[in-house]
Design a protein around this ligand. Structure first.
Ligand code: G3H
Ligand code: 13P
Ligand code: ZN
Length: 316
């Protein structure tokens, strides 16, 4: 069942975080839904502009609708990840999305406010909620690359002002993470000090953490042992998900880790079976492995086991 992102946030806020997982194809969708049901967790499916162009946006929508039919127990929202203004309008008008993210974080504050406000107006008129971003994460966001050292943490006072001026429904904050597999050099923690200050000003307002993949070191080792060269990659400490959730981080975005599962499964499969050329056997393994990964993340996010209570709260 597709619900609004606001409904999911209302149930989760301050207690646990909803996992927001990107999908690009049918195998990812099957693994995601299976993992969510296995762990009895609500979730958000994220679709990026790149994913919408990978095959065709209609293909992705059809895959998600079909997955919803195959797993009728699932409760989820459909969200545009890192949208530009035009893509936000396309998703708002499609009638399929629960929420959109307008990412104008690379623009100066006033321009970010101006663009976000326009998207909020169009989205709210159709009952969708809007995630906006303030501050800059490192790494690659769609077509924009933020060099290391040029990322900047969200300023709590600016965040409060930004939300007031734009009317957005959730805010992606830069608290030390970045996109992709190379987030940190050495051990680093999330900036809980920033989160605490934001929460003190905006208690009850849902925050979003992008760049939340943990880049499991055993996964990276297996990829490298099977011919990969992903050296020195580092992710978020999974034990920091729940403490962040308690401080208002209600949506935690995970994409890279799913790509690592895919890469490990396929590299190992073809290393061990060099004469194989059928894509279905590794595809089947991937679905099972991705489902296991999703279930394990939902446990760490605290969303595992929440489905029954959420369902009851939706019918009240
Ligand atoms: O933050 C970006 C997400 O990981 C989506 O990546 O734009 O390559 O689909 P993508
Ligand atoms: P990761 O690259 O850490 O998975 O982040 C994904 C993300 O933020 C999607 O918006
Ligand atoms: Zn992101």
């Amino acid at each position: 069942m597709i619900v609004t992102t606001a409904q999911l946030f209302k149930h989760a806020y301050g207690k646990y975080a909803i996992g927001a997982y990107n999908i690009n194809n049918a195998e990812q969708a099957m693994g995601l839904f299976k993992g969510a049901i296995d762990s009895q967790a609500p979730f958000i499916i994220q679709i990026s502009k790149g994913a919408r162009n990978y095959t065709d946006k209609r293909m992705l929508e059809a895959i998600i609708r079909a997955a919803g039919d195959i797993f009728p127990e699932a409760i989820f929202a459909v969200h545009l990840d890192h949208g530009d203004e035009a893509t936000c309008y396309d998703c708002i008008d499609s009638g399929f999305f629960s929420s959109v993210m307008i990412d104008a974080s690379h623009d100066p504050f006033e321009k970010n406010v101006e663009i976000t406000k326009r998207v909020v107006e169009r989205a709210h008129a159709k009952g969708l909620s809007v995630e906006a971003e303030l501050g800059m994460l490192g790494g690659v966001e769609e077509d924009i690359v933020v060099e290391e050292g040029h990322s900047c943490l969200t300023d709590p006072a600016e965040a409060e002002e930004f939300v007031k001026q734009t009317g957005c429904d959730s805010l992606a904050c830069a608290i030390g993470t970045s996109h992709g597999a190379f987030k940190f050099k050495g051990k680093q923690s999330l900036h809980f000090d920033v989160l605490e200050k934001i929460k003190a000003r905006m208690n009850g307002f849902p925050l979003v953490m992008h760049g939340s993949s943990s880049v499991p070191q055993d996964e990276v080792a297996r990829i490298n042992a099977a011919g990969g060269t992903i050296a020195g990659s580092m992710g978020v400490d999974v034990n920091e998900y729940l403490p962040a959730a308690k401080l208002g981080v209600t949506k935690i975005n995970i994409d890279t880790d799913g790509r690592l599962v895919w890469t490990r499964v396929h590299r190992e499969f073809f290393r061990d079976k060099p004469a194989e050329f059928d894509f279905r056997p590794p595809g089947k393994i991937f679905i099972v492995e991705y489902a296991k990964f999703i279930a394990s993340r939902n446990v760490l996010l605290g969303s595992a086991g929440q489905l029954a209570d959420l369902r009851a709260s939706l019918t009240k």
